[in-house]
Ligand binder design. Sequence first.
Ligand SMILES: [Zn+2]
Length: 354
Amino acid sequence: MRTCSVCDREYPREEPWRCSCGAPLDYASQPLPDSRPAQFSRTSGVWDFADFLPMDERVSLGEGWTPLVDAPGWDATFKLEYLHPTGSFKDRGAATVIAEALGVGADRVLEDSSGNAGLAVASYAARAGLDAEIYVPASAKEAKVRRIERTGADVVPVEGSRESVTTACIDAVESGAGWYASHAWNPAFFAGTATAAYEIAAQRNWSVPDAVVTPLGHGTLFLGLYRGFRALEQAGWTDAIPRILGTQAVGYSPIADEEGSTPDDAAANDLADGIHIRDPPRAQQVRHAIDETGGAAVAVSAAATERERDRLSGAGFHVEPTCATATAALPQFRERGELQDGDDVVVALTGRND
Ligand SMILES: [Zn+2]
């Protein structure tokens, strides 16, 4: 059973892909384990957390259990999500959304993406023996598009803005072309990204940091972290929820703009193309997560993104520009008091693909 996050209407598991009121759907309840096992297995990737996951099927390419490493130059700890099989944290959600596709009997999945989510969904669909159709901006980097094509997926380039890519994909879903495995809309995707929170807690011997920082476009990892830490606390495995801090790209920063944290003088940040989302369907849920955790969102300039990406490379962390916004924003969060001296902060390095 799924429910609407806005009007509480209830729907079966198979369809529709969103509420008749237009809002995203979520699972009616969050599965929780009875107790924490004395020995915790680390052999099945995200499925080690199956007790927290609402789907019955499983698909895996070896996602999950990304390293958590010290980053003294940033006074933080990094979660190396870019070491995932297809190069980004999206593998967590792709594993669970494709498992859900199997569970509801879908044989063709559709997704729209600027790159990483498309590659992840196409790869996990291939693993599961499902057909995939991925809508991408006509301007997407050729190397990213080629990678998606090599999975055997049908790639559909769409001219115009990022929003027109989503519109084209939704039109195809509405006309019956396939099941929408969306990283923005499908609750199964967010159940998967929540495993990042479970892992961070497990890797810290079931303690939580003071804050976690992640790039924020649709909120796919941002909301996954919030939901995961909330589920852990509800299950009694941990006793707090960290502040969830999001980083947006200047010019594409609806949440940061509301908080008045966007620099006035900076040009649009065209480098951080993974978070070029002006109207995220789960914006209300992101605001709620910020309010509930004492979190925040700030916008990061292209100059700061480029500088920080070079600095990360120079320290051995080979990430894409979108990901560099997360560490680039640390000084802003510290100036604004959202991070304080001595805070224990985990930064998600989300993607490696250029
Ligand atoms: Zn509704």
